[in-house]
Design a protein around this ligand. Sequence first.
Ligand code: AKG
Length: 322
Amino acid sequence: MNTSILPLPTLSEDHDEFPRDGHPDPAKSALFDPGKARAGGGGSLSPEQIEFYDTEGYVVLERLLDTADMQPFRDSVNVRVDEIAEELFRTGLISDRLETRPFETRLGDLFAELSDKDFLKYGRSWRDRLPGYFHLMSNPKILNTVESLIGAEIFANPVYNTRPKVPKVAAGAVPWHQDKSYWPGANANPVITVWVAMVDTNLENGCLHVWPRTHRQEVLSWHNEDRTGTGFTEIDSEHLKNAREVPLPVPAGSAILFNDRCVHMSTPNLSQAVRWSCDLRFQPTDQDPMVEHGAGFLARSKMRPDRVATLEDWMAERPEHG
Ligand SMILES: O=C(O)CCC(=O)C(=O)O
């Protein structure tokens, strides 16, 4: 990448002015309820939202995306689900492709009589190069939220996950972790996750939970868990004694922003439907592009708008246009 012409504003890694006792400042909380927040102006964050994010380590933007914004994602998911149904049918694992089942339940229904192992053959999360995922990562409302935090030179990190959290599959529940444990050596800061609910998420279907005010600390020691068959990174238990768990149930289209040190997890899906979500990551353009995780792309640039990657660039794994 050669897009960073000027030094760009970044959030300081060493900045540590906030208490870590896990208790939100009641005065600030009274002024601003993150569960009710909506991003204004097509996604741009208000000063209160930015302050909440800086202090608590996350911010919830209810219904950031509308149905039209989410449709390309759903179309691409449906392509993948069709392929999976076809393969299950061809190999004799199912006798019906369930083509008429709704988006919310079809994948779960396809695997209802199959094992976790059958499901995990397709991955606990998906990172296919399908157009809907590019359109989501390039959605102006999402980029506006990120621009509010890091400025207008934005690189879409190669790590994004479409999560088909299927009922009762153990790998749906994600243990307490910091995303940075997946790239401990990467010299990128901040990496901002934009976690997008593609259906309503709640306690029953395993919504996201965060531990507030954990976002400015070192990477805590962790291990790879051995319960789900996928080796999620999991923070060692000695760090979790005083964990403060804040569940974040949100309606479809909502986004939850946090950085790669914010401790978070999700619970199992005990409902009958799939808890579809997609977690995206963004960072300033002058940071480590983490090529070992794949090819990210220049998602927005006020300095070099001509270099912003198109769908064709992304499909060809070119990080920039031209
Ligand atoms: O979606 C989930 O259940 C977990 C998400 C997560 O761990 C992440 O986005 O890093």
